[in-house]
Design a protein around this ligand. Structure first.
Ligand code: HEC
Length: 369
């Protein structure tokens, strides 16, 4: 009988277990894998071995395999931890799918809504990659929560747009005008590219693609693949209607307000460069957050805080001028979730000029002082 063979194997394994070398452990796991369809609940000896090997495999892909193959219950917390460590790999995503049981869903929601920003993002990434029906309500709740960082909500939007039901849910929210406005770019970009023709058409109506001088921009993935002219891109960057040089310096040319771009091609790849222009608020450069300052004597001012002590705060304004305010004069200071860099600047250039300008920025590899 088959089950007798299994028990013999299991006893063999148990004996082999006493002298645990890693080669032996591997062998045992191989043997265990062959047993995977057996019901270990009716076989205490085998269950003990499986749980022991599970313990030894913690934090490795084998852990996920054992939980899956033996349909083990109650390991959601460890599965979620594994998914958080590998949110973009297939084993991490599989761990997340296995973790989406009733108790697991609650732990996932806790991680997504918790104070640990890194864990929240990693959990959302794994959820977004899981393409799992049960993950969709959580992803939708992230999308709707304007208090969460835009980067996190963008990951959730991209995850929902991977499935038909998620795409439909996003479109319904957009139609009801219940999608936060700052997600328009990310939602449009993801939804206009879905593979269901009818849904794609609805998305293009709801989110017309950004235009450059009246011409529709190709999707991001196409833009990234297009070739551009560096010399013409430099001209586009510095011509007045683009306004870039009123806020950025390249090798000393332009006004010093936003980050210097002399070495930007080393810091950002092409896709990130496009995003920084098409959707500036999606990833705000550290130290360049927008602050709204209200003082006793002047109207409110929007700028970047370049230094602050107990006594005073210096706010740099677009145009490059810095003003120092006494702490006692400041009525309030509020950090805005949006970038000071305005969206839509590509509207002053043709799609090809945009490609040229990005090619130019991408060629700026060395930061010169
Ligand atoms: C009103 C001022 C302003 C204008 C105009 C402006 N930017 Fe910006 N830009 C900023 C600020 C502030 C940041 C940093 C905050 C952020 O990342 O959004 C920034 C960030 C960037 C970044 C990312 C830099 C980094 O280190 O991550 C790039 C690239 C960029 N801008 C390119 C451009 C280009 C190209 C133009 C013209 C089409 C332009 N900017 C126009 C203010 C401006």
């Amino acid at each position: 009988m088959r089950s007798r063979l299994f028990i013999a194997l299991a006893i063999g394994l148990a004996i082999a277990w006493s002298g645990e070398s890693s080669a032996q452990t591997n062998l045992q796991l191989e043997a265990l894998k062959r047993l995977k369809n057996i019901d270990i609940e009716s076989n205490p000896a085998l269950k003990k071995i499986v749980l022991k090997s599970l313990e030894a495999a913690k934090g490795t892909p084998v852990f996920v395999e054992i939980v899956r193959d033996f349909k083990l219950k109650g390991h959601e917390a460890a599965l979620i931890r594994f998914a958080q460590a590998h949110p973009k790999e297939s084993t991490g995503v599989e761990a997340m799918r296995l973790a989406l049981t009733e108790p697991g869903l609650k732990l996932v929601a806790d991680a997504v809504n918790g104070t640990d920003a890194k864990a929240a993002l990693a959990t959302t990434e794994a959820l977004a990659n899981a393409q799992f029906l049960k993950a969709e309500p959580i992803l939708l709740s992230i999308v709707k929560d304007s208090k969460k960082p835009l980067a996190l909500r963008t990951v959730a939007v991209n995850g929902l747009a991977k499935t038909k039901t998620g795409t439909k849910a996003l479109l319904a929210k957009a139609k009801a005008a219940r999608l936060p406005a700052d997600l328009s770019f990310a939602a449009g970009n993801a939804l206009r590219g879905v593979r269901w023709k009818n849904l794609r058409a609805q998305a293009t109506k709801l989110f017309p693609p950004p235009t450059g001088l009246g011409q529709a921009l190709p999707p991001l993935a196409k833009l990234v693949a297009m070739k551009g002219d560096i010399a013409n891109g430099e001209k586009v960057f510095f011509r007045p209607q683009s306004t870039c040089a009123t806020c950025h310096q390249v090798n000393g040319r332009g006004i010093d307000f936003g980050p210097k771009l002399s070495g930007i091609g080393t810091k950002l790849g092409k896709e990130a460069l496009y995003l920084s222009i098409l959707d500036p608020s999606a990833g705000i450069s550290f130290g360049y957050e927008a602050w709204l300052l209200k003082t006793k004597n002047s109207a409110e001012a929007l700028g970047i805080i370049t230094s602050q002590t107990d006594d005073e705060v210096t706010l740099k304004l677009p145009g490059g001028i810095a003003i120092t305010h006494k702490a006692g004069d400041i009525v309030s200071r509020t950090e805005l979730p949006t970038s000071i860099m305005p969206p839509g600047l590509q509207a002053t250039m043709t799609p090809q000029e945009l490609v040229d300008m990005i090619t130019y920025l991408h060629s700026l590899k060395q930061a010169k002082p």
